[in-house]
Design a protein around this ligand. Sequence first.
Ligand SMILES: [Zn+2]
Ligand SMILES: [Zn+2]
Length: 160
Amino acid sequence: MDNVKDRVKQIFTEYLRINKHRKTPERFAILDAIYSIDGHFDIETLYGIMLKKENFRVSRATLYNTIVLLLDAKLLIKHAFGNTAQYEKSFNIETHHHLICTTCGRVSEFQDEELQRDITNVDLKKFQMSHYSLYIYGTCGRCAAAARRKRKQIQEKEKK
Ligand SMILES: [Zn+2]
Ligand SMILES: [Zn+2]
């Protein structure tokens, strides 16, 4: 894990140098915080983590600005689920897919070797794939159970 943090720090340092951006401690603190998060997060979650964990007072503007750089440096992925933008670290993570509940917005992940084999074997013509991820939309177990309970309540009321 610490190796990953060292590697992404190197990559980011190199990216900032080549693109003539300043190497500020805030930017590296944000990178470090992001690589400490498991799974997905939105800007507000990251902002909260930065306030609590790191000794840096970063503004939301700095956060946004750094996220744009990290996306460009391919160290971060932006997901398109839900209403708010969700991000996820991208370096050295295994291919996984997402189950998105359209009722509560919860996102969970799964992996599937068979799927992975199939996609590797798809003929993409001259397209060079860097990464991929499936989004499967539906209702999570918790929301499905809640809906069942509600239906039952209504039915019982109607009986009386
Ligand atoms: Zn994910
Ligand atoms: Zn749900």
